[in-house]
Design a protein around this ligand. Structure first.
Ligand SMILES: Nc1nc2c(ncn2[C@@H]2O[C@H](COP(=O)(O)OP(=O)(O)O)[C@@H](O)[C@H]2O)c(=O)[nH]1
Ligand SMILES: [Mg+2]
Length: 261
């Protein structure tokens, strides 16, 4: 990056449920790239969204320098949306999980297609990149392939993975009308982006084993089946706009509209 050039600002949103063993180090890794003047975007906010952790996730994350968003309603999607709504006036939203599987140091790779004007939503693909043995369960790989197949079939978007590490302009994300409150959130974003004529692309990323703690989804067969069902149903739901928007999102969109007029 050349000196004097204005960088886009970004907020990193991390949904977290009982991640006290990994969240401190993850926030430290993000702060390390945030302090790097060579980083192509300026990270102005690190938001850890906790809804119902029974461990010290919130305390550890706050001590590491994150802002804590406390969301009373449970759910992965609900947590992501609350983080986005609390992120303030930033250009970009970066999403990643709190188990330290995604690598913050790869953020420059993720944002490159967006900054080059080649993509509007960039998703990190662990399949095109790499993953440590045991970090992705077979059912996760297959489930994501099935979801990717349906997205290709319905919307012509070619992806190899539906990963959590991604970047999108906040203004674009706000107008997508995200409605999924649980694990359908990630696929919903892709389907709604495609329906809104945004360019969705993927870049290879590498994926680590979680640093500690317990998987809420892929490590458990029953939870995986349930999440898989929700993800597939979310693809079909995201093809329509017939369900009401979450009230806080509807209000934020209304306010954004009135301030733009
Ligand atoms: N706030 C919040 N975070 C969640 C919830 N469920 C999962 N997470 C977080 O979402 C991320 C993905 O969950 P994880 O258990 O790693 O699922 P896996 O990657 O499929 O094994 C982790 O950072 C979790 O802590 C939830 O209900 N609320
Ligand atoms: Mg995980």
């Amino acid at each position: 990056m050349t000196t004097g050039e204005k960088r886009l600002t970004a907020a990193v949103v991390i949904p977290c449920l009982n991640e006290e063993e990994s969240i401190g180090e993850l926030v430290a890794e993000i702060r390390a790239i945030a302090d790097d003047a060579e980083n192509p975007v300026e990270i102005v906010n690190i938001l850890v969204v906790d809804n119902g952790s029974s461990d010290s996730t919130a305390r550890v994350a706050a001590q590491a320098g994150a802002r804590i968003v406390t969301e009373p309603t449970p759910g992965y999607g609900r947590a992501c949306l609350s983080g986005v709504l609390a992120s303030g006036p930033v250009d970009l939203i970066v999403l990643m999980d709190g188990d330290r599987c995604d690598r913050p140091a790869e953020l420059p790779l993720l944002v490159a297609p967006l900054l080059a004007g080649e993509a509007d939503l960039v998703v990190g693909s662990r399949i095109r990149g790499s993953f440590e043995p045991g970090s992705l369960m077979p059912q996760q790989i297959v489930g994501n392939r099935v979801a990717a197949f349906l997205v290709k079939r319905f919307h012509g978007v070619s992806l190899t993975d539906i990963g959590p590490f991604r970047v999108i302009r906040k203004s674009d994300l706000m107008r997508l009308g995200m409605r999924e409150m649980t694990y359908g959130w990630s696929i919903e974003m892709i389907v709604r982006a495609a329906r809104n004529d945004l360019t969705v692309s993927e870049v290879p990323v590498s994926y680590r084993k979680r640093s500690g703690g317990v998987s809420k989804v892929s490590g458990n067969v029953k939870a995986s089946l349930k999440a898989g069902y929700r993800i597939i149903m979310a693809i079909f739901r995201a093809r329509k706009d017939d369900s009401p928007l979450p009230p806080d999102l509807a209000e934020a969109i209304k306010q954004q509209g009135s301030s733009e007029r």
